[in-house]
Design a protein around this ligand. Structure first.
Ligand code: AMP
Length: 375
């Protein structure tokens, strides 16, 4: 996919550049918990500053309701930028203005006023047709920043010419959330591994009892159809389950934790894949040429049920395959298990990476390809 690059913008000396970044970082008590997204934008910001441009960055942060809200102030991000690239100015949280999510032309005009050039480096927001993503490139010469270009190169390269066998590892809570992406992936991969809460709908489709585990009954037929398809789908054959009365995140609440087979007794919940399945999934990952991972294998936020996700994370770190982590919870898990740096690519955009896999394009990329310097 050909996107205009920073180099295509010509001489930037003295020009005013508006950069849409994705500084939607997790905050706790006003402090940044993980600054990956800020670090990831630095190559683009430094390139522009070094090229002599006057750089203004803009981002959304959290979900304020279209009005100023101190809880979503970008000041913590400003403090980081002041340390790392003090030349860059940062506008207020874009979502303080209702025109951002509504893609209001008036807000677009306000954003681009005084700017000569637009750069999109906000991969994690490029699946949204919001004002700051699709508005400026319709009017200003535009380019993809380094981070956006790299994300698109890795993810579209993965789908177009993966080293085989290509294995996708899917987990997380719900099949329904990821059904479209699972279907798109089944066209591309050699096999699919399914863990996490979503495996129970597949296990039910194979005739297993699921007890009190997460299960979407209205998706059982769909899962059966996918299981009957030509591509192998690996499901867990053992599970770690929490017994009646037990509660997640409350080990003192009682309730037994036990390793069981693939059928879950009444009153019990499957909350992680078992050690046998974790090892089997690890073997598939070790033998792969390419692995794409999206979604935890269990409720990894509770240490009692983190084993399966940890095993997959370690297998991803050890395999010689080209490894890509599709953002969101799996990126957090890779970091938790200390293997994020061992991955070939950790996407900064969970929703955006899934939509790019599913649709092969994003509103923000379409907009860049239609910019006046390209068209
Ligand atoms: P998602 O946002 O769909 O990727 O889902 C991630 C969430 O799924 C994580 O917070 C996990 O705790 C949760 N999850 C993973 N496995 C299970 C499971 N077996 N039962 C319930 N929730 C799960």
């Amino acid at each position: 996919m050909l996107l205009p690059r920073l180099e295509d913008l010509g001489d930037l000396t003295g020009r005013s550049v508006l950069v849409r970044t994705d500084f939607n970082v997790p905050l706790r008590d006003g402090e940044i918990v993980d600054d990956l997204r800020i670090r990831a934008a630095l190559p683009t910001l430094r390139f522009l500053v070094d090229a002599g441009a006057n750089v203004t960055a803009c981002t959304h942060l959290g979900r304020p309701k279209g009005a100023y809200d101190p809880a979503y102030s970008v000041d913590p991000v400003r403090r980081k930028l002041a340390e790392w690239v003090p030349e860059v100015e940062l506008l207020d949280n874009l979502r303080f203005n209702p025109g951002e999510t509504a893609n209001d032309p008036e807000f677009v005009a306000e954003l681009i006023a005084g700017h000569d050039v637009y750069v999109n480096d906000a991969f994690g927001a490029s699946h949204r047709a919001h004002a700051s993503i699709v508005g400026p490139p319709a009017q200003l010469p535009s380019a993809a920043g380094r981070l956006l270009a790299r994300e698109v190169e890795v993810l579209s390269g993965l789908l177009d010419r993966p080293r085989r066998p290509f294995v996708a590892v899917m987990g997380g809570a719900k099949v329904s959330d990821k059904l479209a992406v699972i279907e798109a992936l089944l066209d591309k991969v050699d096999s699919l591994i399914v863990g996490g809460g979503m495996c129970f709908t597949f296990l039910k489709a194979k005739g297993h009892a699921v007890g009190a585990s997460l299960c979407e009954d209205d998706m059982v037929e769909t899962c059966r159809r996918l299981l009957d398809g030509p591509k192998p789908i690996h499901l867990p054959y053992d599970l770690t389950a929490l017994g009646p009365g037990g509660r997640l995140f409350e080990p003192d609440a009682g309730g037994e934790v036990r390793q069981i087979g693939a059928s879950v007794p009444d009153g019990w919940s499957g909350v992680d894949i078992g050690p046998g399945s974790a090892a089997a999934f690890g073997d598939v990952i070790h033998e792969a040429g390419t692995v794409l991972w999206n979604g935890p294998m269990g409720v990894f936020e509770d240490p009692r049920f983190a084993g399966g996700t940890g095993a997959v994370a370690r297998a991803m770190a050890e395999t010689r395959a080209f490894t890509v982590v599709g953002g969101g919870d799996s990126a957090a898990a890779a970091k938790l298990f200390g293997v994020d740096r061992d991955m070939d690519h950790v996407s900064t955009g969970g929703g955006a990476s899934l939509e790019l896999i599913e649709r092969g394009d994003l509103p923000g990329l379409e907009a860049l390809r239609g910019a006046p310097n390209v068209a």
